[in-house]
Design a protein around this ligand. Structure first.
Ligand SMILES: [Zn+2]
Ligand SMILES: [Zn+2]
Length: 324
């Protein structure tokens, strides 16, 4: 079948029919999609920090690191109804795919500029991207037509929020809270509440009392994590081979990320039902690294992969995990 033109066309149409709409289910639930599970350390098959949060009516993306727009597209997330992007802070691995997320959603039919929510400083990021992509917007409007892709809809719109603030979109409430990623200030995490289900996303931070308060009573914690045994081993190898700049960076990053042990302690000391780790420093490349990463795990901790789904149905305590 694969060797004839008609056979190839038939197979392709079946694959495409199965893929379209596969992920936009209308069950009443709070869902989290992992559009990027990696930190900036080199990795294969993983995009940098990105999580999508969906309800039947709303769709938000938290951070858009490099490669994340590709994952959103591959899994068919509903680009046309993207309500906004929430930024946790302005490190490159959290913002660099913002233009790609924007253009896909604009082409998909979004009715207005893409809202980019974030702590003070978000307007500077948005203004810079708007300027850098001004010509891109003009070309696309000229090529596809003013009514199909109006230039005004292709822009980003900054919505600056205090670090401690809350936002309501229908039944979905999003609370922004301060985290500790010094010298990066401001930096925030987000807690989502939807009809009795809740998810906390840490962004980049060490474990703090404020984070512990926000995690209390949540169903799912999606936390950044750094494996000290792995980072120390890679640092030692870098030292040994004379790569002093790499060794310095591997030392520096240890003081502003949460270690797996600290996240395990946080999980144990709160009543959170499940903790999923992302922004993996470093993302495991094989079973050995994965086992080392998991050394201090409690039995309700999981490692995320790109394009993994967590579904929290309303009216239950269940958390369903699905891999694409
Ligand atoms: Zn950061
Ligand atoms: Zn980061």
């Amino acid at each position: 079948m694969m060797n004839t033109t008609a056979g190839q066309d038939l197979l392709l149409s079946r694959v495409l029919a199965a893929a379209v709409g596969a992920t936009d289910e209308q069950t009443d639930s709070l869902r989290v999609f992992v559009c990027g599970s990696a930190a900036p350390l080199p990795t294969e098959g993983r995009a940098q920090a990105c999580l999508a949060v969906l309800t039947p009516e709303h769709y938000l993306v938290v951070d858009a690191g490099s490669g994340s727009a590709n994952n959103l597209g591959l899994s068919g997330l509903p680009a046309q109804r993207l309500d906004g992007v929430l930024l946790t802070h302005f490190h490159s691995d959290h913002i660099s795919d913002l233009p790609a997320v924007n253009v896909v959603s604009w082409a998909g039919g979004r009715k207005g500029p893409l809202r980019v929510y974030g702590p003070p400083g978000v307007a500077r990021v948005v203004n810079g991207f708007n300027e850098a992509f001004a010509q891109d917007r003009m070309y696309r409007t000229m090529h596809h037509g003013r009514t199909f892709m109006p230039k005004a809809f292709g822009r980003l719109e900054a919505i600056e929020q205090p670090v401690e603030s809350s936002l309501s979109l229908g039944d979905l409430t999003i609370q922004s809270f301060v985290v500790q990623h010094s010298p990066v200030e401001p930096a925030v995490g987000y807690r989502f509440e939807y009809k009795g289900r809740s998810v906390v996303i840490t962004g980049d931070t060490i474990v703090t009392d404020r984070l512990r308060e926000m995690v209390a009573g949540a169903d799912l914690l999606v936390s950044e994590a750094l494996s000290l045994p792995l980072v120390e081993a890679i640092k030692a190898a870098a030292d040994h081979s004379g790569r002093s700049r790499a060794a310095k960076i591997l030392f520096d990053i240890q003081d502003y990320h949460a270690s797996v042990k600290d996240v395990a302690d946080l999980t144990r000391s709160t009543d959170v039902d499940m903790t999923a780790l992302y922004h993996l420093a470093p993302a495991p490349r094989n079973r050995l690294m994965e086992n080392i990463f998991k050394r201090e795990f409690t039995d309700n901790m999981v490692l995320t992969e790109d394009r993994m789904w967590f579904e929290l149905p309303v009216g239950s305590t269940e958390i369903r995990i699905r891999h694409e």
